[in-house]
Design a protein around this ligand. Sequence first.
Ligand code: RP5
Length: 161
Amino acid sequence: MAPVVGIIMGSDSDWPTMEAAAEALAEFKVPFEVGVVSAHRTVRKMVDYAESAAGRGIKAIIAGAGGAAHLPGMVAALTPLPVIGVPVPLKHLDGMDSLLSIVQMPAGVPVATVSIGGARNAGLLAVRILGASDAGLRQRMSDFQAGLEKLVAEKDAALRD
Ligand code: RP5
């Protein structure tokens, strides 16, 4: 099936963090593509990727980067698609640098920023975005949420066993 979500990251070193977004999409059987696209090291590739994504059938982009994390914001500036930013924590500053780089976008160019290292939620948010126009996917998200509720109830009950 043709990919409908693009997962991109500034470096292959971001993959251990970003993998969780791919796993979430796979759980919901949402086809996705993965690639390294750097805002600083491969500027022309970033422009090509962002400008061509909608035309290729991509409906949401998950972009992760660490440090001076300009990739999500630059991609959001180049595409009308929803962009979800994942702040990747690096060795220094515990990801605060990535978080602030991604979340502090100027009005007019939104990036839906998840928590530091929160790639799983980025994947789940992409599922919800697609689910807004896909009843089957929306139902699977509702089922998933019911599963979370059941799990918490079981753990709660286990405390008193
Ligand atoms: C950022 O620089 C990347 O997103 C990565 O988090 C960070 C370090 O990249 P490498 O030096 O590990 O390739 O652009």
